[in-house]
Design a protein around this ligand. Structure first.
Ligand SMILES: [Zn+2]
Length: 286
């Protein structure tokens, strides 16, 4: 890379959308190197750390970087699919910025990238501006929903400057990330499941703690509980107000118009009993 300005040649071709949604065209990028114009220190650093190993391709909204052509294709198909699904689920406008997504499968490369650090991370990805970096170790089925999960974060960041409480953002990423993954596989006639070990009681958060958290917990077990409980809390909200109201709820809370509990009580008329039920769902950590 260096300071040399690389010329990007895009060849429109190939890989017409095969079953992964209409209108998705992958562009294979034949370039002397990637186009780093407008990239942040994160993107440039990751590109450099991966050296000549990156395979690069692009779709309408994303440029993908991965260690093999197959993975770039999967990454881009999932990213475009998830982005559309998030728009529908949260009633947000279509993506206007072009994003760069890097998929790392090599743990040493991930370590190198993380050590340059200072980037926001929820443990399995780094995001900055229009760039995000995902670490999915080979054959890691547990992280099946990583791409849609990060796309939810990415799309929320595009639309809402303030995304508090953190449990709502993380809960949405986990809840929608998983629902989108289920849809993705159902489209291919496949049903997937995930194994969720029971959370030890001492790691559980009260709902009050959950919605007050402003940062990820340094303790891995507590953090695992934070993710799971945030997801169940959001799933509980959806069950009470209906999926068609989720976008409106998120807008009210992230735009700061109403606190989450006031929105549920006043806008959707939830009773004390229903609010207690929601607490019980979030706090059970099941
Ligand atoms: Zn997350």
């Amino acid at each position: 890379m260096g300071k040399v300005r690389h010329i990007l040649k895009m060849l429109l071709l190939l890989l017409a959308a095969a079953g992964a949604g209409a209108g998705l065209t992958l562009w294979a990028l034949h370039a002397l190197g990637a186009d780093t114009d407008g990239m942040s220190r994160l993107g440039r650093g990751v590109l450099k750390a991966g050296g000549n190993e990156w395979k690069i391709a692009a779709t309408e909204h994303f440029t993908g970087y991965a260690p093999s052509a197959e993975l770039v294709e999967l990454l881009l198909r999932k990213a475009e699919h998830a982005s559309r699904e998030v728009e529908i689920a949260l009633d947000i406008p279509p993506l206007t910025n072009h994003a760069h997504c890097f998929l790392i499968t090599d743990s040493n490369l991930w370590k190198t990238v993380r050590q340059r650090g200072g980037w926001r991370t929820d443990g399995r990805a780094l995001q900055y501006g229009n760039e995000f970096v995902l670490f999915i170790p080979d054959a890691e089925t547990e992280m099946e929903d990583s791409i849609p999960h990060e796309i939810v974060h990415f799309r929320l960041r595009q639309v809402y400057a303030n995304r508090e409480p953190l449990a709502l953002e993380e809960g949405l990423a986990s809840y929608l990330g998983w629902e989108i993954t289920l849809e993705w596989h159902l489209g291919g006639g496949k049903i997937i499941t995930r194994v969720q070990p029971r959370l030890p009681g001492e790691t559980l958060w009260s709902l009050n703690e959950l919605v007050s958290a402003q940062a990820y917990d340094q303790n891995a077990d507590r953090n695992r509980a934070f993710y799971r409980q945030s997801e169940e809390w959001v799933r509980g909200i959806v069950s009470l107000i209906g999926p068609e109201s989720l976008g409106e709820f998120v807008r009210l809370v992230f735009d700061g118009e109403m606190t989450w509990d006031r929105a549920l009580r006043e806008k959707w008329g939830l009773s004390d009993l229903q609010m207690d039920k929601l607490s019980a769902i979030a706090e059970s950590g099941k």
